[in-house]
Every structure is written in structure tokens, then in C-alpha cells.
Design a protein around this ligand. Structure first.
Ligand code: 5GP
Length: 188
């Protein structure tokens, strides 16, 4: 049984449902969610400090200069980054930490934190992905098109991940990810 916490990187194209999966996983009180910083505008009911730390481009670039991120990437015209500070605290407490980040960020995390486990949440099909993205009703047609193009690129990278889980039915997907986490916790 390991005593240090797991670092779990979860990726998947926008609309794959990874946010919902992550919300289920963090109901486990031993798991903490890393709140990323971003320069994109809040969507729907999103609140600063809950879904993201919403920053201006200048604030974000200031943190890059201070080496405040494990990794950061650009995604459909905005910056997204993983702040170091809270994660270092949780790791020292032996907690598991989940990072919900896109594929470039995952590559960097695997370089910096080689012990992390990576899980790719796959939509059942591109058609379902597009329907889910449109169903949110929070994005313009142009943004939806760009997110779909990015999703196709990301699907091609899924095989780099330690695990790929299809999110057809939410409960099944969550159960499968929980099993992966449990199996890694008991690894020597
Ligand atoms: P959204 O705008 O839909 O919330 O997020 C867009 C993409 O950015 C998603 O794939 C999400 O996982 C990713 N993302 C969120 N936070 C981070 C981060 O800190 N670093 C990186 N590299 N990607 C992130």
C-alpha cells in the first residue's frame, strides 16, 4: 500500500463529460481537485475560484514569469494552467490530486511528475460529442467548430494515456475510473 498520494491526470475532448466524471470522483474526501487558472471568460454559472481561477492575460503571464505553474497551455485562444501551490500542500498531506487538463498539459505533467497516472475519457462517438457540446448552449458556433476540430486531434492522442475509458453511461464510466484509482492505490 502506498503512503504518498496519487496524481491523476484526466483528459478528454470538450463534451466528453470529464467534468461530470471528476465531480463524482471528488466526492471521495481523500481526493482533491486542482483548480486551474484560465484567461477564458466564465461560462454559464461558473464562479471564480470554483471551476477556475479566472485571470486576465496580464495576470496569467505574471504567474508564468514567477514559475507559478506546473504546466500551462493554450486551448482555442486562451491560456489554461495548473498552479503549483495548493498541489504541493496536498501532496505533503498524502492526498490524491486530480488534474483535469488537455493533452499538451498531460504530456508536460508526465515529464515533470513521472509517477502520475493518466486517464483519457472518450466520448462514445463524435456525433454524440457534438450533440453534447451544442446541448450546453453556452458557446458560439465558431467556438463549437474550433472545439470539435481540437477534439478530433485529441482523440488521436488517446493511446498515449495509461487508461482510456468510454463515457457512454456516466455511472459505468465513474465506476471504471474509481476501480483504476483503487488499483493504483494498492500498488507497491
Ligand atoms: P474548458 O474551457 O472547456 O473548461 O476547458 C478547455 C480545455 O482546457 C479542457 O480540455 C480542459 O481539460 C483544459 N484545461 C483546463 N485546465 C487546464 C490546465 O490547467 N492546463 C491545461 N493544459 N489544460 C487545462
Amino acid at each position: 500500500m502506498r503512503s504518498d498520494g496519487l496524481l491523476i491526470v484526466i483528459s478528454g475532448p470538450a463534451g466528453a463529460g470529464k467534468g461530470t466524471v471528476v465531480q463524482e470522483l471528488v466526492k471521495d474526501e481523500n481526493i482533491r481537485l486542482s483548480i486551474s487558472s484560465t484567461t477564458r471568460a466564465p461560462r454559464g454559472k461558473e464562479q471564480n475560484g470554483v471551476e477556475y481561477n479566472f485571470l486576465s492575460k496580464e495576470e496569467f503571464e505574471g504567474l508564468i514569469a514567477e514559475n507559478g505553474f506546473y504546466e500551462y497551455a493554450q486551448y482555442v485562444g486562451n491560456y489554461y494552467g495548473t498552479p503549483k501551490k495548493p498541489v504541493e500542500q496536498w501532496r505533503s498531506e498524502g492526498r490524491d490530486v486530480i488534474f483535469e487538463i488537455e493533452v499538451q498539459g498531460c504530456r508536460k505533467m508526465r515529464e515533470i511528475l513521472p509517477g502520475c497516472i493518466s486517464i483519457f475519457i472518450m466520448p462514445p462517438s463524435l456525433e454524440i460529442l457534438e450533440a453534447r457540446l451544442r446541448g450546453r448552449g453556452t458557446e458560439t458556433e465558431e467556438v463549437i467548430k474550433k472545439r470539435m476540430a481540437r477534439a478530433k486531434e485529441e482523440l488521436a492522442i488517446a493511446e498515449e494515456y495509461d487508461y482510456v475509458v468510454v463515457n457512454d453511461k456516466l455511472e459505468d464510466c465513474v465506476a471504471e475510473v474509481r476501480e483504476i484509482i483503487a488499483a493504483n492505490r494498492t500498488k507497491a
